[in-house]
Ligand binder design. Structure first.
Ligand code: ATP
Ligand code: MG
Length: 570
């Protein structure tokens, strides 16, 4: 490809909404162009990378015996009603109507369609196991699309699904996928963690996420660098650090705390440690039941864990509900003497604790000297807190690390949840009818490309590995109006192409500095300069983008040198 004719709209300016490096570099390098919030065109060199990543994914999926198919992106809404997910997906799902007024959905994922295929075509245990995958567009009306193609409203996903007769079969298919995913991310050159995860909207039992650590990630991970324990914060467990209360308030006392609502305000006002306070938050379950969650002042409530204990979706109460149930405004709520009797769920770190301070359920007052087992009625205990840095590993007792990450892929054992609701049954070897055991597995393709850039760039631009780069070699004739240079560049360009080396040539009439900047920004592994050195000494200059190493090479040695750098070919 010649740059003079290519559509690679590089730009100097960084778009104002681009905070993370991959977003900045993909826009500046002309890999993507925004159309609307969370909706992008993948431009030609971006698409070249996407295709290479897809090819790696395809090879690894085929290797585990999965079969590629292609399901419709547009689905009748009835099938989503059947599974119950028309409701649970809420505003995240795009819905539309056809000309006859029938409801349709732009699919955010495809479990429902798989179930429909299974119930129609899987009749007997002999028809399984099956593993089906596709590489296809997904639609999700994300509340906060951001970070370029990391979180968009339309994106490409490799999604696959396994169908098995029993839990053992399902686990086997799951393990095969875990292996394929490890290979995919390794081949993409990504350093990743495999972590225990919550199953969220998908439902089901076991699930793991493939995570890339980066300070720009939206997910929070808990890692033990000693024994390898790793988990998404949503489900992470830990041993909390024991703390001793000062005993400044050692009998039940009302304390005047005018206008002091937050843990920080109250602890500063009373000169006590944050962990001597009890954080009390009123929640309402989807069954409309109020309950108060309690955690130690230095901890935070983990709503995923809390919802699991409650067995329903939950939300923090509105101010008027707080007033009605507790008798005071937010900030003065506590577990003792609420206006209405209410269920209390307390974190394990509070069990048997004494001399705590909490809201008094009266505006501008807190209550000191709380003895948890003596004073708090209706309390049940559980792990409902977020892990904090410094907590200890439940396996080995080492200090845990809390860090940010991007989710690259997610694998689920769904069990029979979908099969039962959608009636995907089969006959087992004794002629008995059983539900199919399903697994579901996803990788976001554009997010993976962005993540590769997150891990492979410097202050000048992207640094591609040879197996993912849009082009292997970036040829720069320094001055196209000098015939010897232009002719030589053309000759080299043709030689590379004849030898299956993907080549881009900057044949534009622009300054050398401009060409070098663009070459560094675009990040092809090898840059070749034909300029003064060629005119004077008959030497071609070659630079490795990643290391900055430079070589001066004779024409006849060039192909060998390039091949050996790119493919270790002698
Ligand atoms: P997230 O927690 O980031 O929203 P998710 O749990 O909704 O992800 P899955 O439903 O498991 O994601 O989808 C599988 C994969 O698809 C994810 O691991 C991620 O790589 C990708 N993905 C999900 N949502 C988006 C999105 N809005 N934009 C780009 N990629 C996405
Ligand atoms: Mg999501």
């Amino acid at each position: 490809m010649k740059l003079s004719r290519a559509y690679i709209p590089t730009q100097k300016e960084t778009p104002s909404d681009a905070v993370i490096p991959s977003h900045r570099l993909m826009i500046r390098g002309g890999f993507i162009k925004p159309l609307a919030a969370g909706i992008y065109t993948i431009l030609p060199i971006g698409w070249k990378v996407v295709k290479k990543v897809i090819e790696i994914i395809r090879q690894e999926m085929d290797k585990i015996g999965a079969q590629e198919l292609h399901m419709p992106a547009i689905n009748p809404i009835e099938i989503w009603d059947e599974s119950g997910r028309n409701k649970s997906f809420g505003d995240e799902m795009f819905r539309l109507k056809d000309r006859k007024g029938r409801g349709l959905v732009l699919a955010p994922t495809h479990e429902e369609i798989i179930c429909d295929l299974a119930r129609k075509y899987i009749k007997s245990y002999k028809d399984m196991p099956q593993m089906w995958y596709q590489i296809q567009t997904k639609f999700r009306d994300e509340p906060r699309p951001r970070s370029g193609v990391m979180r968009t409203r339309q994106f490409t996903m490799k999604d696959s699904y396994s169908l098995d007769c029993d839990p053992e079969g399902m686990r086997k298919s799951y393990e095969l996928h875990a292996e394929a995913y490890r290979n995919i991310f390794k081949r993409c050159g990504i350093k990743f963690h495999v972590v225990g995860a919550s199953s969220g909207l998908m439902g089901g039992s076991a699930s793991q996420e493939f995570m890339m650590e980066t300070e720009n990630g939206e997910d929070v991970l808990v890692l033990c660098d000693n024994c390898g324990y790793s988990s998404n914060m949503e489900v992470a467990a830990s041993k909390f650090q024991e703390k001793t209360n000062s005993g400044k308030y050692n009998s039940l006392t009302e304390i005047h705390t005018p206008g002091k609502r937050t843990i920080q305000e109250v602890s500063e006002f009373l000169s006590i440690n944050p962990w001597e306070l009890i954080k009390s938050i009123l929640y309402i379950s989807e069954k409309n039941e109020p309950f108060i969650a309690l955690v130690r002042g230095d901890h935070d409530v983990n709503e995923e864990k809390l919802a699991k204990i409650v067995g329903a979706e939950i939300r923090p109460a509105h101010p008027d509900e707080v007033k009605e149930v507790c008798g005071a405004e937010t900030g003065f709520v506590g577990p003792v003497k609420t206006a209405k009797k209410v269920r209390i769920i307390a974190d394990n770190a509070l069990e048997n604790g004494k001399n705590f301070i909490a809201g008094a359920n009266e505006n501008d007052y807190h209550l000191g000297g709380i003895d948890v087992s003596r004073d708090i009625g209706f309390a049940s205990f559980g792990d409902i807190r977020n892990v904090v840095s410094g907590d200890l590993c439940i396996n080995c007792g080492s200090k845990l690390r809390v860090t940010h990450a991007v989710e690259l892929g997610h694998i689920f054992q769904l069990g029979t949840k979908y099969a039962k609701t959608m009636k995907a049954f089969f006959l087992d070897s004794s002629g008995k009818e059983n539900p199919v055991y399903m697994g579901s597995y996803g990788i976001g393709v554009e997010r993976l490309v962005a993540s590769i850039i997150e891990q492979n760039h410097d202050d000048k631009g992207i640094v591609w590995e040879p197996f993912l780069t849009p082009y292997h070699v970036h040829v720069m004739p320094i001055n196209m109006s000098v015939n010897e240079i232009a002719n030589m560049a053309e000759k080299i360009y043709n030689m590379f192409i004849e030898n299956s080396i993907e080549t881009i040539m900057d044949d534009r009439e622009v300054s050398p500095g401009f060409k070098f900047k663009d070459a560094d920004l675009l990040g092809m592994p090898i840059q070749i300069v034909i300029g003064k050195k060629w005119l004077n000494d008959g030497k071609i200059e070659l630079k490795i983008r990643k290391t900055g190493e430079t070589f001066e090479v004779k024409e006849e040695e060039l192909l060998l040198k390039v091949n050996s750098i790119l493919f270790n070919k002698a």
